[in-house]
Design a protein around this ligand. Structure first.
Ligand code: ADP
Ligand code: MG
Length: 320
């Protein structure tokens, strides 16, 4: 199959949006940004063996490539609109591409997002997606707006994906539920939009709560206290990782949750619970913003707890 055939195959499956003046097929896409809206843009690359296990199904890779990008839009409270896809493929395998598009386009359609262009080349498998979202002027959620006294919230449950990854690495028993959380993260797009008027600051959890909340603290010039006993934990994670300290490590220093972490004034607590319940999103208050510049973790007994290591850095050896 030629590069042109591969592009045709992609183009034939795209669902159009009214604001796309020109999509795939010209030198560039032409898009109509509505008056009064700001364009929110984010890019993420996925590399085989680094961002997904190399036994991952093509549909799961397609899903995750878009999901991790949508998660960034969610954290900005943006409404998804358009995306581009730069694909580097080892072979011209049409079957692989079809599977990849099944996952990618399923998620795109769930969020009424149109694929408007990209690039196709040969090389070791790597996928770069750029997403474009819209938000009314000045209404995006930033990392830099956390205030002392805010409560710190997270959506969903934490640590499941990291648990799935750890089981895969150990090549032993794998929980299908944990593996699903690793391969098919749910970007919290609706939650992010619902938080526009409720939250002060937000980030999505890609590298673990410790590292990602740390970004909010650094941008906002504040510190935090986290109650370890309140971390939302799935029954499956409990069952497969019965040791508390191991669960905390997965939840704080593991990655790939793609949940939202946000801060909000205490007075918004009820409104947050109602807004999240309306979208069937579990939400949990796990701590508070305080003066300082670091995170203090507290055990259920109230003692300070220090974490062995934090987050994942592609340019440092080892991972959490
Ligand atoms: P150019 O040489 O001008 O970069 P290409 O041949 O790379 O053009 O692309 C032709 C058209 O196909 C462009 O509209 C481009 O955005 C689109 N395209 C190429 N690869 C992809 C892809 N993987 N997914 C979506 N659109 C693609
Ligand atoms: Mg090109």
């Amino acid at each position: 199959m030629s590069e042109f055939d591969l592009i045709k195959r992609i183009q034939s499956r795209v669902k159009p949006r009214a604001d796309v003046v020109l999509g795939i097929g010209d030198d560039a896409a032409l898009l109509q940004v509505p008056a009064g809206q700001q364009l929110v843009v984010s890019t993420d690359t996925l590399i085989a063996g680094v961002h997904f296990p190399d036994d991952c199904a093509p549909a799961d890779i397609g899903w995750k490539a878009l999901a991790v990008n949508l998660s960034d839009l969610a954290a900005m409270a943006a409404t998804p609109a358009w995306c581009t896809l730069a694909l580097t493929l080892p072979t011209d395998d049409g079957g692989w591409l079809d599977g990849f598009l099944d996952g990618f386009l399923e998620l795109a359609e769930q969020h009424d997002m149109q694929l408007i262009g990209g690039d196709t080349s040969r090389g070791p498998l790597s996928i770069t997606v750029t997403v474009h979202g819209l938000v009314a002027e000045g209404r995006a959620l930033l990392r830099s707006r956390a205030r002392i006294g805010d409560e710190i919230w997270v959506t969903g449950t934490l640590g499941d994906a990291a648990g799935g990854l750890q089981q895969w690495r150990a090549k032993k028993l794998q929980s299908a539920k944990l593996r699903y959380r690793l391969d098919r993260p749910t970007p919290r797009v609706e939650a992010g939009i619902a938080l526009r008027d409720l939250a002060h600051a937000a980030i999505d959890l890609s590298d673990g709560l410790a590292a990602d909340l740390g970004h909010i603290l650094a941008s906002s010039g504040v510190g935090a206290e986290i109650d370890l006993g309140r971390l939302p934990t799935s029954a499956t994670l409990h069952q497969h990782f019965p040791l508390e300290a191991e669960r905390w490590r997965l939840q704080l220093a593991g990655g790939d949750d793609y949940e939202l972490c946000f801060t909000a004034p205490v007075t918004q607590a009820l409104a947050i619970e109602q807004a999240m319940a309306a979208g069937d999103t579990v939400v949990t208050a796990v701590g508070r913003i305080v003066t300082g510049h670091e995170i203090i973790f507290r055990t259920p007994e109230g003692e300070a707890y220090s974490l062995p290591s934090v987050g994942y850095d592609h340019f440092r050896s080892g991972n959490a």
